[in-house]
Design a binder for this molecule. Structure first.
Ligand SMILES: [Zn+2]
Length: 294
């Protein structure tokens, strides 16, 4: 871990104080610059820190940071949730929404609440609806319906273009680090599309259905579950995607706000599910590109 120089946190704190003041004065365009700089500085510093991938080592990292955070008087309830979630990860399970509720932060004073705030901020009196919600991943809110449809349509075309001219041997060649071959990535995209299609039907046919958390990631290397020829995997992915798009285009716009109870993420709308799957896919395209060029 890097040691935090005092000037670093002082500057960030003053920057964010300035942003809040500017917002209070109606100077939103200047405030947005200050908030962007603050976030960029933190992300740039974090980007330089290498952390392990093994779940038990990551859990140890969380344990260490909890000790530091408790010295900074971070909300004890939140730290307790974090501690339990780290233990769950170390056991090889994903923490579900009932174990890890969404945190909300008072935009005025920084007070932390777990679960949707219903009362005024107990520190500063701010209204509960003004708190900032933290979703598990930005994919849930990244794409509005029309952009999401466009994205769902475009990605299979982009994948097909990336696969062009490659032999089955190229497609099945795993990288030197032993990760996924292109074939596994295409399988993964097809599997994720299958989950999207299944969930869409559930959300449209039932009132607020329960949505199971799926280990889609683990299916990608189960070869017996996928056709032997990668082109066939791509074809089933594309065909299922076209059916999904046709279904989404046939429903009233208000149906995009139908809800389900997701085991891992809590209440999610159909719109959030489509945004999630549409946004998730494109993060795998650079991976295919990298394998193509190796
Ligand atoms: Zn407050």
């Amino acid at each position: 871990m890097t040691s935090h120089k005092p000037e670093w946190s002082d500057t960030l704190t003053r920057l964010l104080a300035l942003a809040a003041k500017l917002e209070g004065e109606g100077q939103y365009n200047i405030a947005k610059l200050a908030r962007a700089v603050a976030e960029a500085l933190i992300r740039q510093a974090a980007f330089k820190i290498a952390l392990p991938s093994e779940k038990n080592k990551l859990a140890n990292e969380i344990e260490r940071i909890i000790v530091e955070l408790s010295r900074l008087d971070v909300d004890e309830d939140l730290l307790a949730v974090l501690k339990r979630a780290a233990a769950t990860m170390a056991e090889g399970r994903l923490p579900l929404i009932n174990e890890t509720p969404h945190p909300y932060i008072c935009r005025t004073c920084g007070h932390i609440v777990l679960n949707v705030p219903v009362e005024k901020c107990q520190t500063c009196g701010a209204w509960p609806t003004t708190f900032k919600q933290f979703l598990p991943v930005y994919w849930l809110d990244a794409l509005e319906p029309f952009a999401a449809l466009e994205r769902l349509r475009q990605t299979p075309l982009d994948v097909a273009a990336l696969l062009e001219g490659l032999s089955e041997k190229d497609l099945s060649q795993p990288p030197e680090d032993g990760g996924w071959a292109i074939r596994n990535i295409v399988s993964h995209l097809r599997d994720a599309q299958g989950v999207l299609s299944f969930r869409l039907n559930l959300l449209l046919e039932q009132e607020n259905p329960s949505l199971e958390s799926k280990a889609v990631f683990e299916w990608a290397t189960m070869e017996q579950e996928h056709p032997p020829i990668t082109q066939e995997i791509l074809d089933t992915y594309t065909a299922s995607r076209q059916a999904t798009i046709a279904k989404l285009e046939s429903i009233p716009l208000s149906d995009w706000w139908r809800t389900g109870r997701h085991e891992e993420f809590g209440t999610v709308t159909l719109r959030q599910q489509v945004s999630y799957f549409g946004s998730h896919e494109i993060t795998h395209l650079p991976q295919i590109e990298g394998l193509r060029n190796q």
